[in-house]
Design a protein around this ligand. Structure first.
Ligand code: ATP
Ligand code: MG
Length: 239
């Protein structure tokens, strides 16, 4: 079985975004939801939808990281499998686009490089919104080239059960980097990819935690069939 994106229709185009922009007469607003997406789940989807609604985004790009900087040394499903699941999960929402940008770049994936590449490819004036959950935004101040991230995009810090957005605010404020941040209240889903992997590997259902199409892909390809790490529902590794 070949797997990967060849099984699902690819739908990546900037035309929709540019069309929206031309029609509306205001700058287009593009959301970027980065992650490992191993697998993508309803917490990611609801966060992106809330950001679209609250911030008036025209599109959200879901961007699986090619080689995630924070997951070096642990087993991560192949980029093609993670992309295929992202494609399946986003296919029925015209505002969501699965992007291959990061999985096609060599080396460790850094958000600053992604934003620079988007800036190069997109017309002048498109506003970029980089969407993260409360856990990730706490760390963002120490990310590679954080100053570049701050100049290129507005950060969107979403609430996530198990993580305190106040810590994130303190970290951002204390960093001395001039981040433009919007904080976003998201319907609480105390789930994580780690939790889904753990459930799948122990034969428990992950129904209603992610899309049925994603579950079908996981089953067909035997992803997470082997026992992995223990995980608390809200995050990586039980701790
Ligand atoms: P893992 O357990 O493997 O770390 P994860 O569920 O944290 O997986 P990631 O791919 O690491 O998923 O996260 C991608 C982005 O989605 C991050 O910015 C993360 O904060 C955010 N996110 C993930 N799950 C949720 C959730 N339940 N609610 C809000 N944001 C979330
Ligand atoms: Mg995570």
């Amino acid at each position: 079985m070949s797997g990967g994106a060849s099984e699902v229709p690819v739908r990546e185009s900037w035309e929709g975004l540019l069309g929206v922009r031309a029609a509306s007469g205001r700058p287009a607003r593009l959301g970027i939801m980065g992650g490992t997406f191993d697998p993508i789940h309803n917490g990611h989807l609801v966060t992106a939808q809330q950001a679209m609604d609250d911030l008036g985004l025209d599109l959200v790009l879901f961007m699986p990281a090619g080689s995630p900087a924070f997951k070096q040394g642990r087993h991560v499903s192949s980029a093609e499998d993670r992309f295929a699941m992202t494609l399946l999960a986003t296919a029925d929402n015209p505002g969501f686009v699965a992007s291959r940008l990061e999985i096609e770049r060599e080396g460790i994936t850094y958000t600053a490089d992604t934003l620079k590449e988007l800036r190069r490819r997109l017309p002048e004036g498109v506003e970029l919104y980089f969407i993260t959950g409360a856990d990730a935004i706490i760390d963002i101040v120490s990310w590679h080239d954080a100053g570049t991230i701050a100049t290129m995009a507005t950060l969107v810090g979403a609430t996530r059960p198990g993580y305190d957005l106040e810590w994130a605010k303190a970290a951002i404020d204390g960093s001395g980097i001039g981040f433009d941040v919007r904080y976003l209240e998201v319907p609480a889903l105390a789930i994580s990819s780690s939790y889904l992997r753990e459930r799948a590997s122990s034969g428990q259902s992950i129904r209603y935690l992610t899309k049925d199409s994603v579950i079908g892909y996981i089953e067909k390809h035997g992803l997470y069939a082997q026992a992995g790490e223990e995980a608390a529902p809200w995050g990586e590794g039980a701790s």
